[in-house]
Write a protein that binds this ligand. Structure first.
Ligand SMILES: Nc1nc(=O)c2c([nH]1)NC[C@@H]1CN(c3ccc(C(=O)N[C@@H](CCC(=O)O)C(=O)O)cc3)C=[N+]21
Ligand SMILES: [Mg+2]
Length: 312
């Protein structure tokens, strides 16, 4: 890191503003869909068990769907729900003409096989993009439903790098929900892609080569300033709830926590050219992209060619 770079401040990529742009476009297209074809896009969200964090996300998804002019169908099932009961609900949603998008909130309780459940969703309604058909099509560069978080990252990256060809990108984390699909999308965009993970031994060295770093490792503050090439774009997918002693005056002990990303924001923002904050970065875009995917699925299922969100 050189002296000048130390005093540069990165541009903060405003995820809430990007998400608002996506939601506005979805709202306009949904209204047009209703006016022209009499179709209201519908999103079904299935939550099994009562994880409090999942409750918050599910409520937010439903509210934002309604705000965008869509129907929201919420299914809250008991922790004890059986595999056959869940598969039966999915089959019903697959054949329901009012439902264009189906999201099964993950993680599922341990006794439920998430791979089997996800692959039971009609791939045309799989707005998470987790069905093997969508994974395979994204992997081979075909039109498919793209997972919401990587889609949101790509839309924000596109705003800073209209041409991604030849850029060196490092993805840290190789989960099926973020790291792997993110790496595939960057590869489809002709980036030179590196993927690092728990067993990688030289991540700081790899990071120093990268014009783009996307971090989805689930380790608070993992990425440090001296890992970053001056001017690089840093996308922080981490959502970590950590103790916040500075909030020590709160009565309720659950309120003495805060959300931080996988990037040491204060350090890295002095070196990077652009960086997403946490909160207010990737998270809001994830939900906006869920709405975008639901609208696209509705268009596709209805034989209407109005799919808005191109990333390639
Ligand atoms: N089938 C499935 N699909 C998902 O997309 C999915 C899931 N399961 N399980 C849980 C994770 C988590 N997730 C988030 C969405 C938005 C924010 C978000 O908007 N975060 C805000 C902060 C929220 C807060 O303050 O709690 C932000 O980053 O600014 C976070 C996390 C979607 N997930
Ligand atoms: Mg496409």
């Amino acid at each position: 890191m050189n002296k000048i770079a130390q005093f540069q401040e990165a541009e903060i990529i405003d995820g809430r503003a990007h998400a608002e742009d996506v939601r506005r476009e979805v709202r306009e297209k949904a209204a047009k869909m209703k006016a022209t074809h009499g179709i209201t896009p519908g999103l079904a969200v299935v939550l099994v068990g009562n994880d409090p964090a999942s409750e918050v996300y599910v409520r937010s998804k439903g509210k934002q769907a309604v705000d965008a002019g869509m129907n929201s169908f919420e299914f809250r099932l008991a922790e004890s729900t059986t595999r056959d009961e869940l598969l039966c609900l999915i089959e019903r949603l697959n054949t329901d003409p009012e439902v264009h998008g189906i999201l099964v909130q993950l993680p599922l309780p341990k006794h439920l096989p998430s791979t089997l459940v996800i692959n039971a969703i009609d791939p045309r309604k799989d707005v998470d993009g987790f069905h093997i058909a969508n994974v395979g099509m994204v992997g081979t560069g075909q039109d498919a439903i793209v997972p919401c978080t990587p889609l949101g990252c790509m839309l924000m990256l596109r705003a800073y790098h209209p041409d991604l060809r030849g850029k060196t990108a490092l993805v840290i984390g190789h989960s099926n929900v973020v790291g792997k699909p993110m790496a595939r999308l960057l590869l489809n965009a002709d980036c030179t892609v590196m993927i690092a993970h728990k067993s990688s031994t030289n991540i700081p060295e790899l990071a120093r080569l990268a014009d783009i770093v996307v971090v989805a490792a689930g380790v608070p503050g993992l990425v440090k300033a001296d890992w970053i090439k001056p001017g690089a774009t840093v996308i922080d997918v981490g959502i970590n709830r950590v103790p916040a002693p500075e909030l020590g005056l709160q009565e309720d002990s659950s309120a003495r926590t805060k959300i931080v990303g996988d990037v040491d924001f204060n350090g890295v923002s002095r070196v990077a050219g652009a960086i997403t904050p946490v909160p207010g970065g990737v998270g809001p875009m994830t939900i906006a992209c869920l709405l975008a995917n639901t609208l696209s699925a509705c268009c596709h299922l209805s034989g209407i060619d109005d799919s808005p969100f191109q990333i390639d």
